[in-house]
Design a protein around this ligand. Structure first.
Ligand SMILES: [Zn+2]
Ligand SMILES: [Zn+2]
Length: 91
């Protein structure tokens, strides 16, 4: 169950739009869903990034390609995207 501040954080990220679209120069505001960056173990504190449905579960998405192929394809890691997203919503 997400806390109130987590929910606000998720909302901010979702409003920002797909972070990969931003990284690729398509601009802000692609309708996005929240993707949890999985590390071994606990899901509850996993960092999250916003991704549009295509870049999330589509053929060119992180789940469609798998993380390794995704990172190779876009020359960016989930953590780079996390940093971009965090920087954008901090301002
Ligand atoms: Zn996207
Ligand atoms: Zn996901």
């Amino acid at each position: 169950m997400a806390t109130k501040s987590e929910k606000e954080h998720f909302d901010k990220l979702a409003r920002l739009g797909c972070i990969l679209c931003i990284h690729l120069g398509y601009g802000e505001g692609s309708p996005a869903v929240i993707h949890h960056i999985r590390r071994a173990g606990k899901r509850s504190n996993a960092p999250v990034i916003p991704l549009c449905p295509e870049h999330h579960t589509g053929n060119s998405g992180i789940h469609g390609l798998g993380r390794k192929a995704f990172e190779k394809n876009y020359q960016v890691t989930e953590y780079d995207l996390l940093e971009i997203a965090t920087g954008r919503i901090a301002s």
